[in-house]
Design a protein. Sequence first.
Length: 381
Amino acid sequence: MKQIIVIFVGMVGIGLGACQSKKSESSTEVVQAASSTTDSITACHVKPPSRFAAVSRTTRTTPITAVDTKGMVEVPGGSFQMGADSKESRPDELPRHPVRVDAFWIDATEVTNAQFRAFIQATGYLTTAERRPDWEEMKKQLPPGTPKPDDKMLVASSLVFVQPSREVPLADYSQWWQWVPGADWQHPEGPGSSIVGKDNYPVVQVSWDDAVAYAKWAGKRLPTEAEWEWAARGGQSNAMYPWGSEPVDAGKPKANSWQGTFPTTNTLRDRFARTAPVKSFAPNPYGLYDMAGNVWEWCSDNYRPDYYSQLADQGEVHNPAGPTQSYDPEEPTVPKRVMRGGSFLCNDSYCSSYRSAARMKSSPDTGLSHTGFRCVTSVNQ
């Protein structure tokens, strides 16, 4: 219950806004109290606060008449061992299990700001982060009897990474994740930030719902988790990373990640403090860019930590599409979708989620400053 209250308090901008010069003492105490109940919070993996549902809005999302595969790569079908690949692997990546996927087309890069802008201009779509939260939807994920807050507290906002200036307890994600009113895809860090001049950067602050809306408009879809991992591995059966098996910090930079001590010191060996332009690093053997680092990418699958165990009992599974229902024991009332690929916040000393098998999950109405997506389409479509 404490954590849900913290999520709500953060969302409505009480004392957690990155653009505020002071924090509310009372809300800070609530955040600290809730954080102490969390065994392990990572920058990349577990659970920065989830956003609750926003007011729905009807928009014109008529699909483009024909799928344009320009900028996409055709990935051959095949079989592989999906899941855990190293000592850094987490329980929800176990066990490894045989999977077969059909051939498909996948975007060579993450969807860029320019591409997402074209969608917005064509449809008038309003992203989750730009909408005012809907109390009727929100209270479905809160304990019964939770009082409705003042309407002025329900403001459009999104999650932003704010680098601490001093050493902080790594179990307290509120030290670097803040709900920021006015943060959205055009203002990724909040009011005052901009994507001007960043057309070829990956779009961020998009929820799963936003990503699905874009994909439908483009005549595409989000990749399944199995398709995403098969593509990331690039035909390398036992490689830990999309580029192979060499450690991330060995040799020249291979992905946009965090170098130094997370979350306080980034040496910027890869030259980027936050997102990087797409194609800034070498592609994997299939010609796909940023399958590790830069931004987390939404997949179509519901999340369950025991899903791989369910699949392992079935032998080789053909085109698995995820469980029919989501369940996260850490937040049992909040549905989750899978994310893949790691982000610019990943670091070996804290998490190593640029591994091809690494998973993260978040609620489908959550936007973050390190989350984007890419699309796929079937070969025979």
